[in-house]
Design a protein around this ligand. Sequence first.
Ligand code: CUA
Length: 167
Amino acid sequence: MHIHKFEKIWLIFGIGSLIAFLLILGYGAFWKGTHPQSHGVTIDPNNIEAHEAFQPDNLGLTKVDDDKYIVNIVASAFNYNLGTDDNGSPVKNIRIPKGATVLFQVTTSDVVHGFNVAGTNVNMMAEPGYISSLETVMKKAGTFTIVCNEYCGMGHHMMYATVEVYE
Ligand code: CUA
């Protein structure tokens, strides 16, 4: 069978694109551990505190077991509420031991915000009326910045907190 030269080029290009696409998808999903966040867990956006996880005392980091933690966060313009420390100051940094399993639960009290722990596989969208959650293992030590990657207004770039993973 004779295949025309241009046909051959396009055939190779087409199959090559498909393979490249699958490799990129596979790299993200299996190697980097990127998964879609949870969906369908609802919350009353006007009464977030009715949900146990988002009561002021339960915000921020909670140790639930050896090497198991929960982090509850309320995003709002333009802040990540991680609770307060013993002095009543807002917590801006949470410390987690390397290798720990962490369940991040995020909601928002106003508009759509992002919740990306830069440099990890934690990357979610916080939508009013929903709880976004993702469980992950903190595999790398270091200080990771939580950033909002959904434009949410004038102070969008000021939304900031850090996750410190220590050895
Ligand atoms: Cu919050 Cu951008």
